[in-house]
Design a protein around this ligand. Structure first.
Ligand code: AMP
Length: 211
Protein backbone atom coordinates (compact mmCIF):
# COMPACT_ATOMS: atom_id res chain seq x y z
CA UNK A 1 0.00 0.00 0.00
CA UNK A 2 1.38 3.39 -0.98
CA UNK A 3 -0.65 6.42 -0.09
CA UNK A 4 -0.23 10.16 0.13
CA UNK A 5 -2.18 12.06 2.80
CA UNK A 6 -2.97 15.61 1.79
CA UNK A 7 -4.56 18.19 4.02
CA UNK A 8 -3.98 21.45 5.82
CA UNK A 9 -2.14 21.75 9.13
CA UNK A 10 -4.39 20.47 11.89
CA UNK A 11 -6.58 18.29 9.70
CA UNK A 12 -5.11 15.31 11.55
CA UNK A 13 -2.72 13.87 8.96
CA UNK A 14 -0.22 12.76 11.61
CA UNK A 15 -2.87 11.18 13.83
CA UNK A 16 -4.50 9.38 10.92
CA UNK A 17 -1.22 8.24 9.39
CA UNK A 18 -0.23 6.74 12.74
CA UNK A 19 -3.58 4.93 13.12
CA UNK A 20 -3.50 3.60 9.57
CA UNK A 21 0.09 2.49 10.02
CA UNK A 22 -0.94 0.52 13.14
CA UNK A 23 -3.88 -1.07 11.31
CA UNK A 24 -2.09 -1.96 8.07
CA UNK A 25 1.62 -2.22 8.89
CA UNK A 26 2.42 0.48 6.30
CA UNK A 27 5.30 2.71 7.33
CA UNK A 28 4.36 6.23 8.43
CA UNK A 29 6.76 8.71 6.81
CA UNK A 30 6.28 12.26 8.10
CA UNK A 31 8.55 14.84 6.50
CA UNK A 32 7.66 17.28 9.30
CA UNK A 33 8.96 14.74 11.87
CA UNK A 34 12.13 14.26 9.79
CA UNK A 35 12.63 18.03 9.70
CA UNK A 36 12.13 18.39 13.48
CA UNK A 37 14.47 15.44 14.22
CA UNK A 38 17.18 16.94 12.01
CA UNK A 39 16.86 20.31 13.77
CA UNK A 40 17.01 18.64 17.18
CA UNK A 41 20.16 16.73 16.23
CA UNK A 42 21.99 20.07 15.92
CA UNK A 43 23.50 19.07 12.55
CA UNK A 44 24.56 21.59 9.93
CA UNK A 45 21.56 20.61 7.82
CA UNK A 46 19.36 21.12 10.88
CA UNK A 47 20.73 24.66 11.27
CA UNK A 48 20.00 25.36 7.60
CA UNK A 49 16.36 24.30 7.80
CA UNK A 50 15.51 25.60 11.28
CA UNK A 51 14.43 29.07 10.20
CA UNK A 52 12.12 27.76 7.49
CA UNK A 53 10.46 25.47 10.01
CA UNK A 54 10.10 28.09 12.74
CA UNK A 55 8.59 30.62 10.37
CA UNK A 56 6.19 28.03 8.95
CA UNK A 57 7.73 28.22 5.47
CA UNK A 58 8.54 25.32 3.18
CA UNK A 59 12.06 23.89 3.28
CA UNK A 60 13.58 23.98 -0.26
CA UNK A 61 12.44 21.06 -2.42
CA UNK A 62 15.92 19.55 -3.06
CA UNK A 63 16.59 19.34 0.69
CA UNK A 64 13.28 17.73 1.59
CA UNK A 65 13.50 15.24 -1.30
CA UNK A 66 17.01 14.25 -0.27
CA UNK A 67 15.83 13.77 3.34
CA UNK A 68 12.83 11.56 2.60
CA UNK A 69 14.11 9.53 -0.35
CA UNK A 70 15.92 6.80 1.70
CA UNK A 71 12.69 6.07 3.60
CA UNK A 72 10.78 5.51 0.37
CA UNK A 73 13.38 3.06 -0.83
CA UNK A 74 13.39 1.12 2.44
CA UNK A 75 9.71 0.23 2.73
CA UNK A 76 7.38 -0.97 0.01
CA UNK A 77 4.26 -0.07 1.95
CA UNK A 78 3.99 3.48 3.25
CA UNK A 79 1.85 6.48 4.06
CA UNK A 80 3.35 9.86 3.26
CA UNK A 81 2.35 12.58 5.69
CA UNK A 82 3.42 16.10 4.65
CA UNK A 83 4.89 15.22 1.27
CA UNK A 84 4.36 16.25 -1.50
CA UNK A 85 3.61 19.89 -0.62
CA UNK A 86 3.71 21.37 -4.14
CA UNK A 87 3.61 20.31 -7.75
CA UNK A 88 7.34 19.98 -8.20
CA UNK A 89 7.51 17.63 -5.18
CA UNK A 90 4.61 15.61 -6.64
CA UNK A 91 6.54 15.29 -9.90
CA UNK A 92 9.67 14.27 -7.98
CA UNK A 93 7.63 11.62 -6.18
CA UNK A 94 6.34 10.28 -9.51
CA UNK A 95 9.90 10.11 -10.76
CA UNK A 96 11.09 8.24 -7.63
CA UNK A 97 8.20 5.79 -8.01
CA UNK A 98 9.12 5.18 -11.63
CA UNK A 99 12.68 4.42 -10.58
CA UNK A 100 11.55 1.73 -8.15
CA UNK A 101 8.81 0.52 -10.56
CA UNK A 102 6.06 1.26 -8.05
CA UNK A 103 2.78 3.13 -8.20
CA UNK A 104 0.78 5.25 -5.83
CA UNK A 105 -2.50 3.60 -4.79
CA UNK A 106 -4.30 6.69 -3.54
CA UNK A 107 -4.02 10.32 -2.53
CA UNK A 108 -6.40 11.05 0.32
CA UNK A 109 -7.23 14.68 1.11
CA UNK A 110 -8.44 15.47 4.64
CA UNK A 111 -10.60 18.58 4.57
CA UNK A 112 -11.59 21.10 7.27
CA UNK A 113 -12.27 24.85 7.40
CA UNK A 114 -9.34 27.13 8.37
CA UNK A 115 -10.90 28.50 11.57
CA UNK A 116 -11.44 24.99 12.94
CA UNK A 117 -7.81 24.19 12.14
CA UNK A 118 -6.47 27.27 13.92
CA UNK A 119 -8.55 26.42 17.00
CA UNK A 120 -7.21 22.89 17.01
CA UNK A 121 -3.58 23.77 16.44
CA UNK A 122 -3.19 26.67 18.80
CA UNK A 123 -4.16 24.24 21.62
CA UNK A 124 -1.81 21.50 20.46
CA UNK A 125 0.96 20.36 22.81
CA UNK A 126 3.50 17.60 22.18
CA UNK A 127 5.10 15.52 24.91
CA UNK A 128 8.84 15.76 24.64
CA UNK A 129 9.16 12.37 26.38
CA UNK A 130 6.72 10.27 24.36
CA UNK A 131 5.98 12.29 21.23
CA UNK A 132 2.26 11.94 21.95
CA UNK A 133 0.10 14.86 20.87
CA UNK A 134 -2.45 16.44 23.24
CA UNK A 135 -4.90 19.34 23.10
CA UNK A 136 -5.19 21.70 26.07
CA UNK A 137 -9.00 21.55 26.03
CA UNK A 138 -10.07 18.39 24.22
CA UNK A 139 -7.35 15.96 25.26
CA UNK A 140 -5.29 17.59 28.03
CA UNK A 141 -1.87 16.19 28.99
CA UNK A 142 -2.08 13.82 32.01
CA UNK A 143 -1.29 15.10 35.53
CA UNK A 144 0.63 11.98 36.51
CA UNK A 145 4.21 11.79 35.30
CA UNK A 146 3.94 7.98 35.22
CA UNK A 147 1.48 8.16 32.38
CA UNK A 148 3.54 10.75 30.49
CA UNK A 149 6.30 12.79 32.13
CA UNK A 150 6.27 15.52 29.48
CA UNK A 151 7.22 18.35 29.29
CA UNK A 152 4.36 19.31 26.98
CA UNK A 153 5.56 21.85 24.51
CA UNK A 154 3.99 24.02 21.85
CA UNK A 155 5.63 23.78 18.44
CA UNK A 156 7.36 27.00 17.35
CA UNK A 157 5.28 26.96 14.18
CA UNK A 158 1.97 26.53 16.03
CA UNK A 159 1.69 30.21 16.95
CA UNK A 160 -1.24 31.99 15.30
CA UNK A 161 1.03 34.01 12.99
CA UNK A 162 3.00 30.97 11.75
CA UNK A 163 -0.24 29.00 11.44
CA UNK A 164 -1.86 31.58 9.20
CA UNK A 165 1.26 31.59 7.03
CA UNK A 166 1.27 27.78 6.84
CA UNK A 167 -2.40 27.72 5.84
CA UNK A 168 -1.81 30.35 3.17
CA UNK A 169 1.04 28.25 1.73
CA UNK A 170 -1.20 25.18 1.90
CA UNK A 171 -3.98 26.82 -0.10
CA UNK A 172 -1.60 28.29 -2.63
CA UNK A 173 0.81 25.41 -3.22
CA UNK A 174 -0.49 22.16 -1.74
CA UNK A 175 -4.24 22.28 -2.34
CA UNK A 176 -3.79 22.31 -6.15
CA UNK A 177 -2.37 18.80 -5.76
CA UNK A 178 -5.95 17.61 -5.32
CA UNK A 179 -6.42 18.33 -9.03
CA UNK A 180 -3.07 16.73 -9.82
CA UNK A 181 -4.20 13.44 -8.28
CA UNK A 182 -7.85 13.74 -9.39
CA UNK A 183 -6.60 13.88 -12.99
CA UNK A 184 -4.79 10.61 -12.33
CA UNK A 185 -7.98 9.05 -10.92
CA UNK A 186 -6.56 8.34 -7.45
CA UNK A 187 -7.94 11.20 -5.32
CA UNK A 188 -10.33 10.64 -2.41
CA UNK A 189 -11.57 13.42 -0.11
CA UNK A 190 -12.62 12.91 3.51
CA UNK A 191 -14.34 15.31 5.92
CA UNK A 192 -11.73 15.72 8.66
CA UNK A 193 -14.13 17.37 11.12
CA UNK A 194 -15.61 13.94 11.88
CA UNK A 195 -14.58 11.87 14.92
CA UNK A 196 -11.02 10.50 14.68
CA UNK A 197 -12.09 6.81 14.26
CA UNK A 198 -14.63 7.76 11.59
CA UNK A 199 -11.96 9.61 9.60
CA UNK A 200 -9.70 6.52 9.86
CA UNK A 201 -12.47 4.27 8.53
CA UNK A 202 -13.16 6.73 5.73
CA UNK A 203 -9.50 6.76 4.70
CA UNK A 204 -9.19 2.96 4.78
CA UNK A 205 -12.39 2.55 2.79
CA UNK A 206 -11.23 5.08 0.19
CA UNK A 207 -7.82 3.41 -0.13
CA UNK A 208 -9.49 -0.01 -0.50
CA UNK A 209 -11.63 1.31 -3.32
CA UNK A 210 -8.72 2.93 -5.16
CA UNK A 211 -6.10 0.20 -4.69
P1 AMP B 1 4.50 19.59 9.24
O1 AMP B 1 4.74 18.94 10.56
O2 AMP B 1 4.15 18.60 8.16
O3 AMP B 1 3.54 20.76 9.31
O4 AMP B 1 5.92 20.21 8.79
C1 AMP B 1 6.59 21.18 9.57
C2 AMP B 1 7.55 22.00 8.73
O5 AMP B 1 8.53 21.14 8.11
C3 AMP B 1 6.90 22.73 7.55
O6 AMP B 1 6.31 23.96 7.93
C4 AMP B 1 8.12 22.93 6.63
O7 AMP B 1 8.98 23.95 7.12
C5 AMP B 1 8.84 21.60 6.80
N1 AMP B 1 8.33 20.59 5.82
C6 AMP B 1 7.70 19.41 6.08
N2 AMP B 1 7.39 18.76 4.95
C7 AMP B 1 7.82 19.54 3.94
C8 AMP B 1 7.80 19.42 2.51
N3 AMP B 1 7.24 18.37 1.90
N4 AMP B 1 8.33 20.44 1.79
C9 AMP B 1 8.91 21.51 2.37
N5 AMP B 1 8.95 21.69 3.69
C10 AMP B 1 8.42 20.72 4.49
Amino acid sequence: MRIVLLGPQGAGKGTQAQRISERTGARHISTGDLVRAEIKSGSELGETIKDYNDRGELVPDEIIIQMMRPYLDEADSWILDGFPRNESQAEALDEMLREIAAKLDAAVALEAPDEALIRRLSGRRTSEATGRIYHVEHDPPPQSSEEDPGPFIQRKDDTEEALRRRLRIYHEHTEPLKDYYAERGILATIDATQRIPDVTEGVLEAVGEKA
